[in-house]
Design a protein around this ligand. Structure first.
Ligand code: FAD
Ligand code: NAD
Ligand code: ISD
Length: 428
C-alpha cells in the first residue's frame, strides 16, 4: 500500500508547522503536501512545554490547541482543521522507520510506503539519556525528560503528586534552568546538579551566570556544581527516592528532571546523506547532498553566512526561519538567495527574560547593573562585535542589539564600549 505526494515533510514539530504555512502562502495546491509525525498532535510551539505548559492549575497553564504553530511568531494558529481546509495531509502518530533517498520513498511503521518528489527532513532531535553516560534508571516513574508533549504531561503529573517535595534537576542548560524555575513556581524544592562551574556554560559568561544563579538562590534553588550523578536509589514500586552524586553526596528526591542535551534524529539518513556537526549537512538553500532532499530545524547543519561557518542550531527561531527558507528555495529555486541567518536565542524564567544574538566567541564586555534588572554583554572577536546579550530589555533595545550584531561594527576600545553599554547599540 502507498501514497504519493509532491512534497513530504518528515517530522511534525516546529519547522514542519512553519513550512506548512509558507507552502500555503506561496499557493501550493491542495493534495500536494504531506506531513508525517510520530507525535499524535498537529505541529505545536515546543518552547511552551518548559514555560506556560508547566504553570500550576491556578495560573492558567497553556494547553493545546492554544499553542499550535505558528502563534510563536505571531502568525496564524494552524489547527488540525486548518490543515484539512488547506488540503495538507497530516499523517500523525506514525513513525517513519526507513527512508530510501534514491527511490524517493519513506516506509512507515504501519507498513505504508509514502513517496515524494521533494522531501524536507524536519526530524528535530531526541533528548540524551542518562544511560548514554553510564547511569541507569531513566525508566523510573518519577524521572522526567522534556522533549515533547507526552514528556510534559508526565512531568505535570509527577509535579502534581509531589507539591512541597524535593526535585533534583540534572543539567544546567536550557531545560535545567527553565524546568527548575517551573518546579519552584509549583512549590517544589529544587536542587540543580551539573558538571560545569556555572549554569548555561555553552552561552553564559561566569558573570552572567552568577546573575541568574543568585536570582535562583533567592527563589530557594540550591546549586551543586562540578559533579554528576552516579546512581539512583529506587524503591520497590519503581520510584527514585534519592540521587547519589559522584562527589559522595545523596539528595532525597520526589521528582528528577534530566536535561543533559540532545542528539539530532539523523539515523534514517546515515549512509545516504552527508552529515556534519552531528546533523545533516545542507547548503544555503537548505538542500542536502541529494538535490531532492532538504533539511531544516535542529537536524540541519547550515552555513551561517555572517560567520563564514557551518552551524547546527537548536533554537526555535532558526527552526522557523530555516523551514520558511527551504520552502521558498524549493518553490522558486531561481529567485532564492542563500539563507542569511542571524542566530537568535532567548529564554524566559520567573519574571526574567533575555535575548542573545550572534556568536559568543572572543572577549566578553559586560554592561548594565549586575545588581539590578537590566544586564548585558557584547562579544568582540578580532576587533568586531559578533554577539550581544541583554536581560530585561525593551522591544526597541532588543531590536537595537540585533541590528548592531548583524552590522558587526569594528570595536577598538573595549573600555569605551563598556562605558557606553546599551547606548552603543542604540546609537549605531
Ligand atoms: P522538533 O520541534 O523537535 O520536531 C521534530 C518532529 O519530528 C517531532 O514531532 C518528532 O516526533 C518528529 N519525528 C522525528 N523522527 C521521526 C520519525 N522517524 N518519524 C516521524 N516523526 C518523527 N528554543 C528557543 O529558541 N527558545 C525556547 O524557549 C525553547 N524552548 C524549548 C523548550 C523545550 C521543552 C524544548 C524541548 C525545546 C525548546 N527550544 C527552544 C528548542 C526548539 O523547540 C527547537 O529548536 C525546535 O523545536 C526545533 O524544531 P524542529 O522542527 O527541528 O524539531
Ligand atoms: P543543553 O545543551 O542546553 O544543556 C545540557 C546540559 O547538560 C549542560 O549544560 C550540562 O550542564 C549538562 N550535562 C552534560 N553532561 C552531563 C552529565 N554527564 N551529567 C549531568 N549533566 C550533564 O541541553 P538541554 O538543557 O538538555 O536542552 C535540550 C534542548 O532543548 C537544547 O537543544 C536546547 O537548545 C533546547 N531548549 C532550548 C530552550 C531555549 O532556547 N530557551 C529551552 C529549553 C530547551
Ligand atoms: O516562542 C515561543 C515561546 O517562547 C512560547 O512559549 O512560542 C511559544 C508560544 O508563545 C506559545 O503560545
Amino acid at each position: 500500500m502507498g501514497r504519493a505526494f509532491v512534497y513530504v515533510v518528515l517530522g511534525g514539530g516546529v519547522a514542519a508547522g512553519y513550512a506548512a504555512l509558507e507552502f500555503t502562502k506561496k499557493g501550493v495546491p491542495p493534495g500536494e503536501l504531506c506531513i508525517i509525525s510520530d507525535e499524535p498532535f498537529a505541529p505545536y510551539e515546543r518552547p511552551a512545554l518548559s514555560k506556560g505548559y508547566l504553570l500550576p492549575e491556578g495560573k492558567a497553564p497553556a494547553r493545546l490547541p492554544a499553542f499550535h504553530t505558528c502563534v510563536g511568531a505571531n502568525e496564524e494558529r494552524l489547527t488540525p482543521k486548518w490543515y484539512k481546509e488547506h488540503g495538507i495531509e497530516l499523517v500523525l502518530g506514525t513513525r517513519v522507520k526507513s527512508a530510501d533517498v534514491k527511490r524517493k520513498t519513506l516506509l512507515t511503521a504501519t507498513g505504508e510506503t509514502i513517496s515524494y518528489k521533494i522531501l524536507i527532513i524536519a526530524t528535530g532531535a531526541r533528548a540524551l539519556k542518562l544511560e548514554e553516560f553510564g547511569v541507569s534508571g531513566s525508566d523510573a516513574e518519577n524521572v522526567c525528560y522534556l522533549r515533547d508533549l507526552a514528556d510534559a504531561n508526565r512531568l505535570v503529573n509527577v509535579m502534581q503528586s509531589c507539591a512541597g517535595g524535593n526535585a533534583v534537576v540534572i543539567g544546567g542548560g536550557y531545560i535545567g534552568m527553565e524546568c527548575a524555575a517551573s518546579l519552584v513556581i509549583n512549590k517544589i524544592n529544587v536542587t540543580m546538579v551539573f558538571p560545569e562551574a556555572h549554569c548555561m556554560a555553552r552561552l553564559f559568561t561566569p558573570k552572567i551566570a552568577t546573575y541568574y544563579e543568585n536570582y535562583y538562590v533567592s527563589k530557594g534553588v540550591k546549586f551543586i556544581k562540578g559533579t554528576v550523578l552516579s546512581s539512583f536509589d529506587i524503591d520497590s514500586s519503581g520510584k527514585v527516592t534519592a540521587v547519589n552524586l559522584r562527589d559522595g553526596s545523596r539528595l532525597p528526591a520526589d521528582v528528577v528532571v534530566v536535561g543533559i542535551g540532545i542528539r539530532p534524529n539523523t539515523g534514517l539518513f546515515e549512509g545516504q546523506l552527508t552529515l556534519e556537526k552531528v546533523g545533516i549537512k545542507v547548503n544555503g538553500q537548505m538542500q542536502t547532498t541529494n538535490n531532492s532532499v532538504y533539511a531544516v530545524g535542529d537536524v540541519a547543519a547550515f552555513p551561517v553566512k555572517l560567520f563564514g561557518e557551518t552551524r547546527r542550531l537548536e533554537h526555535v527561531d532558526s527552526a522557523r526561519k530555516s523551514a520558511r527558507h527551504a520552502v521558498a528555495a524549493i518553490l522558486s529555486p531561481d529567485k532564492a538567495d542563500d539563507f542569511d541567518y542571524l542566530p537568535f536565542f532567548y529564554s524566559r524564567v520567573f519574571t526574567l527574560s533575555w535575548q542573545f544574538y550572534g556568536d559568543n566567541t572572543g572577549e566578553a564586555v559586560h554592561f548594565g547593573d549586575y545588581s539590578g534588572n537590566t544586564i548585558g554583554a557584547y562579544w568582540i572577536n578580532k576587533g568586531q562585535l559578533v554577539g550581544s546579550f541583554l536581560e530585561g530589555g525593551t522591544k526597541e533595545e532588543y531590536e537595537a542589539i540585533a541590528k548592531a550584531t548583524r552590522l558587526k561594527p569594528a570595536v577598538e576600545d573595549l573600555a569605551e564600549l563598556e562605558r557606553q553599554g546599551l547606548e552603543f547599540a542604540l546609537t549605531i
